[in-house]
Design a protein around this ligand. Structure first.
Ligand code: FAD
Length: 520
């Protein structure tokens, strides 16, 4: 029997599961299938970046994630036993100034638990075996574990079906790129002595070797073995080979209690030509594959889903025009392109094989990163806090994510959190709220279910007369962060990116802007 579903999510990896949880937040009916049983048995992706943690805060997952993972506060690089770079992640401008070490099977389990609390089951093993696009919907054929085939019709299809994406191949969409020449190996193990608690360590005196905690006593080793005659095409590692790599490249004694998993891998660097094809959207590895240096693959897939879900939900609910959906491709394809370029360059730099270039790199690193602002810039980039949609058609004088405002952040975020747009109304030095109230009324008249308004004011007396949400900006810090010297507004999209920032005198332009993509 076919169940009614507006959306079919193909693939229950981190991307598909994120999409499911987000659609649930918007009460959109969907089905989610996976050809394999989930969660994955292996640790795979283990670095959860600050930006993803902010997304999880909005989705109500953050406490559970923090409970399951370990905080990595510092990234250290060594040339032999000399510490040449220390990047202090506490300096990140975020409520979550660290990388969370969390094995992918734990992340998937967290998502699955959250879905099951909502009485949503991931159907597995159920495979998408064929589909055809019709005028108004998509005809889809599924195969169940017992061999039974099922035909359903859905309005939208989300292809989160891995780097091998069946959907992408069937649509013949280009997935251009290259194979990187480096060969890597990884090993997960339990440490007897926790010498590297809460740090990520990179050893750069020879070919790259990195150690990264993803649980209290569990550590991932990644090493570039392209120049190692014995390991240059290894698919697994023996215990002796792991001990040898550590002895050769890590100057600190490590006592390994148990080796849990080893694997070898080459890196594919590929980007799909377009993230959307009529009623079909691509997200995660189905759209982009790249080097794991920086730990960004899974994070980017989760953020793809976060970008797409609110747009699709508004269109399905009849509150936005279909044209809104085109911004998913323009915004996330740009992010994907930059991601491939950045991780490709970083991989080349981190895996230099020539001794001269390696020494020069290490020297330059120690010089560049002795400056705190360079450390911070690097940390902000890797943590994906600097991703912007500045050139998007949806951006009018904005495009960056909601800034972190220090001590008042949590108070402000409590008001902003959720699935709606949020119009922050700044009183500036004004003693009257007449103009602000007028804009609030105009917005609520048309979009009360889609946009909420929050007054930000430095004057307690104004709050007393305000009917609605407000934040008391006692020292003017929020005004400063939003560069509001006078009264004005800032429209935050449901994914907490700034869509429009302006003065109160630009209220009509804001209404025109909303009219461009929202329906009355
Ligand atoms: C060894 C290893 C180490 C990694 N390390 C890191 C890291 O440190 N940091 C990082 O960010 N990333 C890392 N990655 C990458 C990360 O795991 C991926 O980016 C992430 O899993 C992508 O998630 P996804 O949901 O897009 O795709 P996937 O996790 O690949 O999930 C796709 C799902 O789709 C299902 N599927 C496919 N075809 C069909 C079909 N026809 N019908 C139904 N279901 C289908 C598959 O069974 C699969 O479960 C690593 C990956 C590996 C393998």
């Amino acid at each position: 029997m076919s169940h009614p579903a507006t959306v079919l999510i193909v693939g229950a990896g981190p991307t598909g599961l994120s999409m499911a949880l987000n659609l649930k937040r918007y009460q959109i009916p969907f089905r989610i299938i996976d050809a394999q049983m989930k969660p994955v048995p292996t640790s795979n992706a283990l670095a959860v970046q600050s930006r993803t943690l902010e997304v999880w805060d909005d989705m109500g997952l953050i406490q559970e994630a923090l409970r399951r993972g370990v905080k990595i506060n510092e990234l250290k690089m060594y040339d032999h036993d000399k510490n040449i770079v220390s990047i202090d992640l506490n300096t990140l401008d975020s409520a979550y100034p660290f990388v969370l070490g969390l094995a992918q099977h734990e992340t998937e389990k967290m998502f699955l638990d959250a879905l099951s609390q909502e009485n949503i089951t991931v159907e597995m093993p159920v495979e998408l075996i064929d589909f055809s696009e019709q005028q108004e919907n998509i005809r889809v054929q599924l195969r169940h574990a017992d061999g039974r085939e099922e035909t359903i019709y859905v309005d939208w299809l989300i292809a989160a079906d891995s780097g091998h994406s069946f959907v992408r191949k069937k649509l013949n969409l280009a997935f251009k790129g290259r194979e990187l020449p480096q060969h890597f190996v990884l090993a997960d193990f339990i440490l007897e002595k926790n010498i590297a608690a809460h740090k990520a360590m990179l050893f750069l005196s020879q070919s790259l070797l990195a150690l990264f905690h993803y649980a209290e006593n569990e550590v991932r080793l990644i090493a570039d073995v392209s120049m190692d005659p014995e390991l240059k095409s290894a698919k697994t590692l023996t215990d002796e080979q792991i001990f040898r790599l550590i002895k050769e490249r890590c100057p600190f004694p490590l006592t390994i209690q148990k080796i849990l998993w080893t694997s070898g891998f080459w890196i594919h660097e590929r980007l799909i030509s377009q993230y959307a094809h009529n009623r079909i959207f691509f997200a995660g590895d189905a759209a982009h594959l790249h080097s794991p240096v920086g730990g960004l693959g899974m994070n980017t897939g989760i953020q793809d889903a976060y970008n797409l879900a609110w747009k699709l939900a508004l269109v399905i609910r009849g509150r936005a025009k279909k044209s809104l959906l085109s911004t998913y491709n323009s915004e996330r394809h740009t992010v994907g392109k930059k991601l491939l370029r950045g991780t490709g360059i970083l991989t080349t730099i981190m895996t230099l094989h020539n001794v001269f270039w390696r020494r020069l790199r290490n020297f330059l690193y120690s010089w560049i990163f002795k400056y705190k602002n360079n450390q911070k810039r690097m940390a902000m980039t890797i943590s994906q806090l600097t991703i912007t949609y500045e050139k998007s058609l949806l951006t009018h004088n904005g495009g960056m994510r909601m800034p972190y405002v220090g001590v008042l952040h949590q108070q402000l975020f409590e008001q902003v959190r959720g699935t709606q747009f949020c119009l922050l109304l700044f009183s500036g030095k004004n003693n009257s709220l007449t103009e602000i109230q007028k804009l609030k009324n105009q917005i609520e008249q048309k979009y009360v279910d889609v946009i909420k308004c929050v007054l930000i004011t430095t004057k307690n007396t104004l709050i007393e007369n305000w009917k609605g949400r407000s934040v008391y900006d006692n020292n003017g810090r929020i005004h400063q962060y939003y560069r509001m010297h006078k009264s004005g507004f800032c429209l935050l999209r449901p994914d907490k990116y700034i869509g429009f920032i302006g003065k109160l005198s630009e209220a009509d332009a804001l209404l025109d802007y909303l009219n461009e993509f929202l329906k009355d």
